[in-house]
Design a protein around this ligand. Structure first.
Ligand SMILES: [Ca+2]
Ligand SMILES: [Ca+2]
Length: 267
């Protein structure tokens, strides 16, 4: 029996059109992030555009590792700019609770906001030394008690509401951010995974598909983070934040805010 020319053609066509598969197949949940173009593709991202998988991850690592680093104490002033309430310049927006709170209430007391590490410090021992533990791309203002509630939890769907939760949920082994920032959280975690590859004296941070990762340099669950990236595409607050960090503070970008489809291209 001779090989079917039709089958061979189909195999070739599938390979060539792989990039379109995400658009052609019915999505189980949200529509997968589609390919975007940005003003940075011909400049900042020129060595990454067109790549996929580990090659894309490696190119992006090189690109985003060129940055200015902030001290832990410098984060206070930076967060008052990056996370300013677009409707009230005296306030910042708290990540999980969605509350608009006075910039002057930064501190450690009840009712204050403080520096939430979305990549929890204990996952890979980030510390607050200059490095991943002071990387503005994953540090956000949050109510002191809500920050404590999130603690070191991995991310997953499910849990119960709590004081000032703003729609976020927590249970014994995971935390689910409110819908409006689910994608933001996913893109921050995956930025950290690409930025920190173990070549700078800190741990190689990576997502995995578990909860209860403890002090290992992993945060889950990857399958849920990918879903959140699709469900909550980058919005103007997140894009402005990326631009302010790039232009004013660190001079590096979160590639997944510019190109959310690169999540699927790598993972
Ligand atoms: Ca969002
Ligand atoms: Ca990594």
């Amino acid at each position: 029996m001779r090989a079917s020319p039709i089958r061979r053609w189909k195999t070739l066509a599938l390979g060539v059109s792989a990039v379109l598969v995400g658009l052609a197949l019915p999505a189980a949940t949200a529509t997968p992030a589609s390919a975007t173009t940005t003003a940075y593709d011909a400049t900042y991202y020129k060595n990454a555009v067109g790549k996929t998988g580990t090659t894309l991850k490696s190119s992006l690592h090189t690109i985003i590792s060129s940055q200015t680093k902030l001290s832990y104490s410098a984060l206070w002033a930076a967060l008052k700019v990056t996370d300013q309430d677009p409707s009230n310049s005296s306030n910042v927006i708290l990540l999980y609770s969605g509350i608009s709170r006075s910039k002057t209430l930064n501190g450690g007391d009840s009712g204050d906001w403080n520096r939430e590490h979305v990549w929890a410090i204990s996952h890979g021992d980030l510390t607050t030394s200059t490095g991943p533990g002071t990387d503005l791309h994953h540090i956000r203002p949050e109510d002191v008690a809500v920050n404590g509630k999130r603690g070191n939890l991995d991310f997953d769907n499910g849990g119960s509401s709590f004081t000032n939760s703003g729609g976020s949920l927590a249970d014994s082994d995971s935390f689910e951010p409110r819908d409006a920032v689910k994608g933001d959280v996913a893109r921050m975690i995956l930025y950290m995974a690409v930025r920190y590859e173990g070549d700078d004296g800190f741990a190689d941070l990576e997502p995995d598909d578990k909860v209860a990762n403890g002090s290992t340099p992993y945060i889950g669950k990857l399958s849920v983070l990918k879903q959140w990236n699709d469900e909550d595409p980058p919005d103007s607050f997140e894009e402005n934040r990326n631009n302010v960090i790039y232009n004013t503070y660190q001079h590096n970008r979160n590639p997944f805010i510019d190109h959310p489809e690169w999540v699927e291209a790598i993972w």
